[in-house]
Every structure is written in structure tokens, then in C-alpha cells.
Design a binder for this molecule. Structure first.
Ligand code: F6R
Length: 608
């Protein structure tokens, strides 16, 4: 949460910083600001609100700044409301900083600094860091930063400028993400490589505690003892068009449309010469797969929902127990995981604080840990004992679509290999399922092309204040994701329920104002879900049934039907995810919501 950028080079940096911030707005958009070297001074401009509505008009009013180096920030408020004062950069005439993360001991530091005569104007934890740097400053930026970092507890990445070190930027991180980008005669810092992809795809990844000193000619990294460290230059494989809207009205719509390609990219390179999924690239062997007692799957939000789909598939095919946990619950509930278990952590960003903490716990216990992450080089990617990249490309919309899809694909590949390794399915059967899995992108394309049916239903949902998703088995696992999509971007309250659970309380909510979306793709369970549909229909609910092309649904029990192309029951969640995403999208569009940047949210949740 929060995005930081920095630039040092020969170009006027104002526009570059603002562009970088716009690319990072998915990380937070409560307020934004930049601080640059103007003459012998540090000039800070910042404003509450989204960049285009707050910072940009304020910069326009200032006129061109013509500075060659500076830092910038887009905020997701943790300490203190969104306001001009609490916006970053924060500092004084001598030292100014931008900060992503949370300083846990900020109250103690603040008390100490007040006792030394400092006063505070913002409600942020960041101001304590800026003032602590000022207190510690001895003319040597590296020593000052090292001394200050040693006094900070919590998670942070910091971009820092010192008035006396003109056109240089300094950076340090612990837990929160940071890259140092290398261009030709210009250098960058950013929370995420996508922010600077239009300028460079070459970057360094500072480790926790390392300090970067940057000017237009390059970067020097130091450890906390001021020793110079050599770091390897990395190259991002994503190109700049991947992080642009490409003619779509919203990133979410673009990313929904990218799902067939994202799936192909994720699946194809992992199919071995036998024609089945392989985990060789991350060192996970069949022998290891045979050895695990339990499989734990941990993630947050949509990533956890992909884990739920995985649970149903793995338990059905591989007959191996799977425990799916919300990362924030797992880390604090003393879980029963042992060194004989495998822990799978799922994360698009690879930076989610709770998922990372859960992973560290699994590592400490001695369990094998396997990450499915979309961002190479992210924390979770580096921390896990084994890691496989989902290859969705950058996901910009806060609401996850293509990343969820490839996380599910990862779970299917895992389930197939596990089932094969454990002798639950033979090679021929495994190959047959793999072929069907590889055919899913075509079915997804068919779903995308049927958008008229989602638009029609969305126009009927747009005035609902609350609705219910129901399903059984895999349909239930998927309906959790459908419900999250809808509430997240349309702000319509929704819940997902296992169909059989309705009678145990929730059915009392049903009346003509509560639409019900019944996901009914599982052939064996279809009659059971149909019975639930009858029950809610007879209590006045408007019912939307999401079912296969071949399903026989009686007109009198449904108001609208969304049809899906056919595949095996077990693979249907991959297909049925698309209508649920598009239903959420068009409902939010009809309600004129901020689709890519829903209120109160940020894409990368780096605080717990
Ligand atoms: C919902 C959504 C979130 C994320 C969750 C985990 O649309 O995007 O629920 O799935 O915050 O994020 P990652 O996958 O980055 O760990």
C-alpha cells in the first residue's frame, strides 16, 4: 500500500514522477505529492485526492518546476485521515521523505523527539521518520540512514532527499517493496517495476537493510556498516504496453479479456514431454509429492478463493487432505502444520503482509513451502523454499481477475501432478485432463464473447442493495469469488452461501428485494441447487441461474439464465469465473463506480 517513486537524470522530473505515481495509483489514491530539488531548496507539492484531481491541478498552478531529481508518493492512509497535511512527501527544509509501510514504534520515537524539542504537524508515523533522520543527521547521508533504520521497527521502504546532497536520492527498505531502476543516464526508484516500465525494464532489488545512493550516473548500495555491496542487474520481462489500458475503458475489462492468453502463458511452459503438468522448475519432485501428510493452502481474498477451488479439486482427485486458511487467521491461530506437510502460499503481488508472515511461519516450522506468485522477485517469491510464477503479466486493476484465473490454473496443475504422483490417476487420465485444461482458454473466449447476457442481467441488479450467491461443491468455492468481485467494485452488499446452508438461518433474509445468483455448473449437484432455487423463488427472490449450455432449467423458477460452454465438472470453475467477473464489472459500470480503484482499497496490501 502506498506507492513511491524517485528520479535522478537530465530530464525535468516533474512529469516523470507524476507518470510513475499514476502507474502506482493502484497501491493507494487518498493523496499524492512530489518533492524536488529547486535551486538550493527542496520544493514539495502535495494534495489530498486522486492524482488527477488533487496533485496535478496543484502542480499546474505552481508552473513548471524544471527540477532534475525528486521523489513522489501516492498514499493509502494508515495513520491519519487523507488530507494535504498527512500527504507525503513529509519533512523539512533539510530532509524530505516518502514512505511505504508502517512504523510500529513511532509513538515512542515521537515522544523522544518531542523531548528533544521537535514538534509535529501531521498524524502520520512517517513524520517521526523524517524528524528522526533530521535528529540523526551528521552530514553523512549513509551513516544517518543506517543509524535511523536501526531505530525503526516495522515495515518500510523510504525514498529520501537531503537539501545538501543536490540531485541525489537515497533509499532503504525493510519488508516493503522497492526497486532501483537503471536507465541510460538516468535512475529511478519505485515500489514496483511497472511504475517505470516506460523508461526502463532493468532494475536492482535491494534487500532489507541495504541503502541505495542514487544519482543520474548510477547507484551504489551499502550495508548498514557502510560497506559497498555489489548487486545483480535484473531484467523485467513485462513490457510497457502490458501496464497500459490499450483502448479498454478500464483495466479490469482489459484484464478479463487477457485471461485466455494469461492461462496459456501459465500452463503451456509447465507441460512436460509426457503431456502432463510438471513442477521440475521449482524442484518439487514426485517423491516429495508422495511424502506430504497434509497440504495447507494460504492466501488472502481472491488468492484464498483460488485455494478453495484447489481444495475441492485436490481432495476429489488426489484424495489428500487440504486445509485452506485465510493468511491473517493462519498466522495467529497456532495451526497444526508440521514439517511433514506442504504449505502452498498464493499471492498475485507477492507482497501481502499476512501471506508473507504465514509463509515465514511455515518455513520456521520446517514445512516445505511452495509459492504461486505473479511478481517475480517479490518477497514471497524470494522467501518460499519453492516458487512457481503465474504468468498473468501485470494486473493493474485493484479487483483481481486474470491473476485469480491463473492462480486457479496453478491449483489444477498441482492437483493433477499430485494425483498422478500418488497413483490416483494414471498417465493416460492425467494427460486427458491436461488436454482439457489446455482447451479452457478457448472456452473462456466464448464466455467473454457472450457479454450481452451479462450486460442484460447487470442492468437488473444495479439497484439492489444486497444479494446472495449460492452454490454447492466447486460452485460454492467459485461463488465466494463472484460475491467478492461484486461487492468490491459495485458496493452492493453480497454474501456467498453453500446452497444446503440456506435453511439454517439465511433464508429468512429472502424477499423480493434480494436477488439470488445460483451458480449451478456441477452436474451431480444440479438437482440439489435447483431445489434451493425453487425455495428462494417461492419466497419472492429474483433468481439468476449460471449453468451449462445443456442444463435444463424451468422458466418458472428463474428470472434470467447465464449460459456457459461445457467441459468436465471439475474444470467448470475456470469457465464460470468469467460471467461472475463480467457481471460485477457491468453492474459497477451501470452504477458509475470507480471500477479500477474502488474506494478504501489498494492493490498491494503490505500492512496487516
Ligand atoms: C480482490 C483482490 C484481493 C486480493 C488479496 C490478495 O479482487 O484482489 O482480495 O486477492 O488482497 O492479494 P495478493 O494476491 O497480492 O496476495
Amino acid at each position: 500500500m502506498c506507492g513511491i517513486v524517485g528520479y535522478a537524470g537530465d530530464r525535468a522530473c516533474e512529469k516523470i514522477l507524476v507518470t510513475g505515481l499514476k502507474n502506482l495509483e493502484y497501491r493507494g489514491y487518498d493523496s499524492a505529492g512530489i518533492a524536488v530539488f529547486e535551486g538550493d531548496k527542496i520544493k514539495t507539492v502535495k494534495a489530498k485526492g486522486e492524482i488527477d484531481k488533487g496533485l496535478v491541478p496543484r502542480l499546474d498552478a505552481e508552473g513548471p518546476l524544471r527540477a532534475l531529481a525528486g521523489i513522489g508518493h501516492t498514499r493509502w492512509a494508515t495513520h491519519g485521515e487523507p488530507s494535504d497535511i498527512n500527504a507525503h512527501p513529509i519533512g523539512n527544509a533539510r530532509i524530505t521523505i516518502v514512505h511505504n509501510g508502517i512504523i510500529e514504534n513511532y509513538r515512542k520515537i515521537k515522544e523522544f523527539l518531542i523531548s528533544k524539542g521537535y514538534s509535529f504537524e501531521s498524524q502520520t508515523d512517517t513524520e517521526t521518520v523524517a524528524k528522526l533522520l533530521d535528529y540523526n543527521y551528521n552530514g553523512d547521508p549513509i551513516e544517518t540512514i543506517a543509524m535511523t533504520a536501526a531505530q525503526l521497527e516495522g515495515a518500510y521502504s523510504l525514498g529520501i532527499i537531503f537539501r545538501e546532497h543536490k540531485n541525489k536520492i537515497f533509499a532503504v527498505r525493510k519488508e516493503s517493496p522497492l526497486v532501483v531502476g537503471k536507465g541510460r543516464g538516468e535512475m529511478f526508484i519505485a515500489s514496483d517495476i511497472t511504475a517505470i516500465l516506460e523508461y526502463t525494464n532493468q532494475y536492482f532489488l535491494p534487500e532489507a537493510g541495504e541503502i541505495a545512493e542514487i544519482d543520474k550516473n548510477g547507484v551504489t548500495f551499502y550495508d548498514i556498516h557502510k560497506n559497498v555491496i555489489e548487486k545483480e542487474l535484473q531484467t523485467a520481462e513485462w513490457d510497457k504496453t502490458a501496464a497500459q489500458k490499450g483502448g479498454y475503458e478500464h483495466f479490469m475489462l482489459k484484464e478479463i479479456h487477457e485471461q485466455p492468453v494469461a492461462l496459456k502463458n501459465t500452463l503451456s511452459p509447465r507441460i512436460d514431454e509426457q503431456g502432463i503438468p510438471s513442477f521440475d522448475e521449482c524442484g518439487l519432485t514426485d517423491e516429495m509429492l508422495r511424502s506430504y501428510k497434509n497440504i495447507y493452502v494460504v492466501g488472502c481474498g481472491s488468492a484464498m478463493h483460488a485455494g478453495m477451488v484447489g481444495k475441492y479439486v485436490i481432495e476429489e482427485m488426489a484424495r489428500t487432505p487440504v486445509i485452506v486458511d485465510i493468511a491473517s487467521e493462519f498466522r495467529y491461530r497456532n495451526p497444526l502444520i508440521t514439517k511433514d506437510d506442504l504449505m502452498i502460499v498464493i499471492s498475485q503481488s507477492g507482497e501481502t503482509a499476512d501471506t508473507l508472515a504465514a509463509l515465514k511461519y511455515g518455513n520456521e516450522i520446517g514445512a516445505d513451502t511452495l509459492a504461486a506468485v505473479n511478481v517475480a522477485g517479490s518477497h514471497i517469491d524470494r522467501e518460499a523454499k519453492m516458487s512457481m510464477k503465474t504468468l498473468a503479466g501485470p494486473e493493474i486493476s485493484v479487483c483481481s481477475t486474470k491473476a485469480y484465473m491463473v492462480q486457479c490454473a496453478f491449483m489444477y496443475m498441482f492437483a493433477l501432478r499430485l494425483s498422478y504422483a500418488r497413483g490416483k490417476i494414471d498417465l493416460a487420465k492425467c494427460r486427458e485432463y491436461t488436454d482439457k485444461l489446455l482447451h479452457i482458454p478457448d472456452l473462456i473466449q466464448i464466455c467473454i464473447d457472450r457479454k450481452a447476457q451479462y450486460q442484460r442481467v447487470a442492468s437488473k441488479l444495479m439497484n439492489a442493495s444486497s444479494l446472495l450467491y449460492i452454490g454447492r461443491g466447486l460452485d460454492y468455492a467459485l461463488s465466494m469469488e463472484g460475491s467478492l468481485k461484486l461487492k468490491e467494485i459495485s458496493y452492493i452488499h453480497s454474501e456467498s452461501y453453500a446452497g444446503g446452508e440456506l435453511k439454517h438461518g439465511t433464508i429468512s433474509l429472502i424477499d423480493e428485494d434480494m436477488p439470488v445468483i445460483a451458480v449451478a455448473t456441477q452436474t451431480r449437484l444440479f438437482p440439489k441447487t435447483a431445489a434451493n432455487v425453487e425455495e428462494v423463488k417461492s419466497r419472492g427472490a429474483k433468481v439468476i441461474v449460471v449453468c451449462r449450455d445443456s442444463a435444463v432449467v424451468h422458466d418458472e423458477i428463474t428470472d434470467y439464465i447465464i449460459r456457459l460452454p461445457e467441459t468436465d465438472d471439475i474444470l467448470m470453475p475456470l469457465v464460470a469465473a468469467v460471467p461472475l467477473q463480467m457481471l460485477a464489472y457491468y453492474t459497477a459500470l451501470d452504477r458509475q463506480c470507480s471500477i479500477d480503484k474502488p474506494r478504501n482499497l489498494a492493490k498491494s496490501v503490505t500492512v496487516e
